[in-house]
Design a protein around this ligand. Sequence first.
Ligand SMILES: Cc1cc2nc3c(=O)[nH]c(=O)nc-3n(C[C@H](O)[C@H](O)[C@H](O)COP(=O)(O)O)c2cc1C
Ligand code: SF4
Length: 454
Amino acid sequence: MNAPIKELSRNSPSVTTPPRLAEDGSPYPMPSNSEGRARRPRRAADMQQATQDTIEKLFSPLTLGTITLPNRIVRSATYEGMGNSDGIPEMSLARLYSNLAAGGTGTIVTGFVHISQEGRAMQPRQCGIDTPEKQAAWHAIVQHVKQQHPETCLFMQLAHTGRQTRKRITQNKVYGASRRACSYFREKSHVLQTPHIESIIQQFGNAAKRAKDAGFDGVQLHAAHGYLIHQFLSPWTNDREDQWGKDRNLFLERTIQAVKNTCGHNYPILVKLSATEDRVPGIRQEDTIETVRRLEPLRIDAVEISYGTMEYALNIIRGACPVDLVLNVNPMFNKIPALIRGLWKRLRADTYRKRFLPFSHAYNAASAAAIKQACSLPVFSVGGIRDINDIRQCIEQYNLDGISLCRPLICEPDFPNKLKQDPDIRSACTNCNFCTIYCDDNRSLRCYHKKKGN
Ligand SMILES: Cc1cc2nc3c(=O)[nH]c(=O)nc-3n(C[C@H](O)[C@H](O)[C@H](O)COP(=O)(O)O)c2cc1C
Ligand code: SF4
């Protein structure tokens, strides 16, 4: 429970975050003399041109290996809560993805999909891809979206939760890279042995093949946010003395090879990584750079840079910490007697809130930039990208290949189209995180922010 936030400086990016542009969009301080006043219109014109250039680049195609993305906007993986109790995806997903495609998002990554019953998440309506029945249901969804939006690229995010789940959900023992339990899920973690590890790697390969046969353009391996692949990458959770601990990248590399074996060498693979994390010793930026360098010869297609683990979940997804909602909805809290919850709220809520990092714009972009500088793979950044300044910072200043958005697209599925029409708009998302907290409930994904006119 001791948040080692102060240690973050050790992990801080080597590329410094530049000063934010002025509120009016101008990158320059306001001139104070007559010469300055005369120069203002030219600067405004330069600024307009720069904005236009950013928009053009954002909406230009991007070729990754064998696939061309129609633009550089990715819907980052977002749990949708649209699976039935067996994990079979429902057709409401087709409508959601079609709406996103119609709204201008070029590439859609599904919410995290479990590759096996053992790897299921705590969220009650998570979808899976571990049976032919689920594959058939995904196939119908992909067909529906592709009929209307053949140009849109669809990726399935594949995940095994490892220690970040609950026995009650998986009906199985909870396994992890090591014995170290997750302070959030508080389940005993059973150490995976090599034959079991090999079978999970094969399950990733099988799941990818099912996604391919269901019509997905590619898969994204969820190697971020503390799930099983992350658990192998991180020294916090991988203190093993065998081959899987001596080389913490081995599990990810072998998983990529398994996907290539089942899907062929040209099937597109993205990898989502947490550049750094809160725990010490955890993954540092140098480790992620090393990981990405190791991925280069494996010919994956791109990496998406995120942050953190579920131990400090709101550091992955920054913004408000709606404590009342957490107490009512989160299964780690809502079974506690109301009196104790009330006391906890009075005595501990402020300390709890302070564990989390505040929201800031494009909060993973500097890490993504450092990784981009150090490797030849295409790099995307996710987290806190809300307006043209953030986008310019990512794709012009940091030379990233594209941007990933989650909450802005929950809030406004047509945010990309709106941005194209009026680059000065900002996302209407308030980072209230109601959608985040409600993932633990039995509901489908939606935005809870009351927009004007609603
Ligand atoms: C409701 C919700 C569900 C999410 N589900 C996933 C998920 O399934 N897989 C994943 O990798 N990240 C997931 N995330 C994290 C987002 O992909 C993203 O990394 C994070 O929200 C920061 O981006 P943003 O500022 O654009 O929202 C989720 C976030 C939210 C708010
Ligand atoms: S509920 Fe809506 S406004 Fe609040 S964080 Fe989610 S998307 Fe943003």
